[in-house]
Ligand binder design. Structure first.
Ligand code: ADP
Ligand code: MG
Length: 311
């Protein structure tokens, strides 16, 4: 709760309250330097916060870091893979270190390879894998000790769309098994489609967090953007809309296309009233559409606001 991380004079994370329910794929998104890696290192018990509490699987991570470590896997942004080993051998090395033997070891390795869709690469040398496959192999390694929580720092970084889709499927499978997955990215589009919930982080602060749809509505401007298409002249419609104090930023996009855009402030009832008024005054509405902001729009807006601030 109210987590804070300082590096000397630099405040990397402040007032961070983050709660991730079990079985979620949670994405922490923010530009470089936002504090994502610092947050993850604390969750992974690799570092202690300057101030605050950390709990994983109901265990106090600051008091009992060893117990927490058994239950988690941490994958840093650049996880190295030895090139002179076969994928199966790479996993065997770690499985043995976890004390697995014989049939149990072999089965667990198969299970982990299945989770990341790499069973057919068991006998392939690690160096022959594509970047996406290598990332999934490291993921398989992280699954060997059956962690309840997986913390992956920028796992999709540098992956092409096909590799990303492979990673998404693996993460989905892992979460469906009841594990919690926490991932980060500085590119929202890289992980929005992988996550069940997201947090937006900016300059050490979590500015929004929750299910993707909630974050969108939480961060959206209070007004809606409306696109109105009519048949005939836009003049009368314009005049009517301008009279309403719920309407602002009215733009007639193109006289010939009969497209009018405006911002509308009001609840759905107000919106219905506006449509009735327009129709009753003889305006021939062809379509009336609410433009929903996407999470990408919101992220861009956040980043742009930041950009202007820096100038
Ligand atoms: N070991 C460190 N020593 C000093 N400053 C650091 C250290 N690690 C990170 N920082 C600073 O803390 C801030 C957050 O960094 P980080 O957690 O790596 O963010 P992100 O992963 O979102 O890019 C940045 O300003 C960064 O320069
Ligand atoms: Mg980072």
């Amino acid at each position: 709760m109210d987590l804070r991380v300082d590096y000397g004079e630099t405040n990397a994370v402040r007032d961070l309250n983050l709660e991730v329910p079990r079985g979620e794929v949670y994405g922490l998104v923010g530009p470089n330097g936002a504090g994502k890696t610092s947050t993850f290192k604390i969750l992974a018990t690799l570092m202690e916060p300057t101030y605050g509490e950390v709990e994983l699987c109901g265990i106090d991570a600051l008091l009992h870091p060893e117990e927490v470590r058994h239950r988690l896997a941490y994958m840093p942004d650049l996880a190295p893979v030895p090139s002179d080993l076969k994928c199966g051998e790479f996993l065997e090395m770690f499985a043995a270190a976890y004390g697995l033997q014989g049939v149990e070891k072999r089965d667990r390795i198969t299970e982990c390879l299945e989770a990341v869709n790499l069973v057919e690469k068991r006998k392939a040398f690690c160096r022959t894998l594509s970047r996406g496959m290598m990332q999934r192999l490291v993921l398989a390694k992280s699954l060997l000790h059956k962690p309840q929580v997986m913390i992956l720092d920028e796992p999709a970084s540098g992956l092409d769309p096909v590799a990303r889709s492979g990673l998404r499927k693996s993460l989905r499978k892992i979460a469906d098994d009841g594990r919690t997955v926490i991932i980060s990215s500085h590119i929202l589009s890289e992980l929005a489609d992988m996550c069940t919930s997201v947090g937006l982080m900016k300059k050490g602060e979590l500015v929004a967090s929750g299910p993707v749809a909630d974050v969108v509505s939480q961060m959206s401007r209070p007004h809606r953007q409306i696109e109105l298409r009519i048949i005939g002249s836009t003049e009368k419609t314009e005049a009517l809309l301008k009279k309403s104090d719920r309407v602002s930023n009215l733009i007639v996009k193109d006289q010939t296309s009969d497209l009018v855009e405006f911002d509308f402030e009001g609840n759905p009832e107000d919106q219905a009233d506006l449509i009735r008024e327009l129709v009753e005054s003889g305006c021939r509405i062809r379509s009336f559409e609410e433009r929903h902001s996407t999470i990408e729009d919101i992220f861009l807006e956040l980043s742009e606001a930041d950009h202007h601030h820096d100038e």
